[in-house]
Write a protein that binds this ligand. Structure first.
Ligand SMILES: NC(=O)c1ccc[n+]([C@@H]2O[C@H](COP(=O)([O-])OP(=O)(O)OC[C@H]3O[C@@H](n4cnc5c(N)ncnc54)[C@H](OP(=O)(O)O)[C@@H]3O)[C@@H](O)[C@H]2O)c1
Length: 239
């Protein structure tokens, strides 16, 4: 039975990943900052017959990552799915392209965004690389965003979010090179514009469609795919 470790499983895409992997018979290590506040995640775990376990994890808190790494020591993790992410204080759902506009930067919030979206996936990869290396599938996937693509950048604003996702892309590219000799496939993926709290109600995809697509792409990854920047339907994105 393969195992997936998912960050940010309390809601949105992370919760749907937990649902779909569990339905597919995977063991799911579902992490959330405040699991007690996610009724849906607790119900999923409760009905899973032990397949889904819930763990406290704020990816911006190194001590919590260390605690989880100790707890999971020796467990093979086929897929480390860095899903947790934040847009920062401002809501894209409410403000759309007027979010994080030039001249209005909140630098503390920007730093917090970087800690979650960039340092978080890096710390997770460094903490759990042995678990992934010990597995059969050996995959590390970080959900970044097309907004982090410099080549496809068409509009301004969103400085904190876009720079964090561009940085996460760079992190995943470098990681793919470093971990290739160990047979680990590492890459960033864009889940599409999805109707969640981050994506807002005008998103193009529902969570089921996005997660189904991302899971299909992940399932078909081979070592030749390491370091690519792919989106939910398998198409390649420019950096
Ligand atoms: N939706 C889109 O259109 C879209 C597009 C491109 C990329 N993405 C990326 O997809 C991922 C999932 O986003 P979503 O759309 O599902 O958004 P969402 O519904 O807002 O969910 C965000 C998740 O991240 C968790 N999270 C935030 N900060 C965290 C931290 N410090 N430690 C651990 N967990 C944390 C949240 O937990 P709490 O419940 O505790 O806040 C929540 O579970 C993100 O990385 C996002 O950037 C989304």
């Amino acid at each position: 039975m393969p195992t997936v470790l998912i960050t940010g499983a309390s809601r949105g895409l992370g919760l749907e990943f937990a649902r779909q992997y569990a339905a597919d018979g995977w063991r799911v290590v579902a992490c959330a900052r405040k699991p007690e506040e996610s009724t849906a995640l607790n119900e999923l775990a409760g009905a899973s017959g032990g397949l889904v376990t819930v763990h406290v994890l704020d990816v911006a808190e190194p001590a919590e990552i260390d605690t989880l790494a100790t707890e999971l020591d020796g467990m093979a993790v086929d897929l480390l799915l860095n899903n947790a992410g934040t847009m920062g204080r401002e809501s894209f759902a409410e403000k759309g392209l007027a979010t994080q506009m030039f001249g209005q930067s909140d630098y503390e919030d920007w730093l917090r965004t970087m800690r979650v979206n960039v340092l978080g996936p890096m710390r997770m990869a460094e903490a759990f690389v042995e678990n992934v290396a010990a597995s059969r599938q050996k995959k590390i996937v970080t959900l970044t965003s097309v907004v982090g693509s410099i080549g496809q950048s068409k509009f301004g604003g969103l400085y904190a979010y876009r720079s964090s996702k561009a940085a996460a892309n760079a992190v995943m590219k470098a990681m793919s090179v470093d971990l290739r000799p160990r047979g680990i496939i590492a890459l960033p993926m864009h889940p599409g514009w999805v109707r969640t709290e981050i994506g807002g109600p005008r998103g193009e995809l529902d969570v089921t469609t996005s997660v189904t697509g991302v899971r299909r792409v992940i399932a078909e990854l081979t070592p030749a795919d390491t370091g690519r920047f792919l989106q939910w339907d398998g198409r390649e994105l420019p950096w």
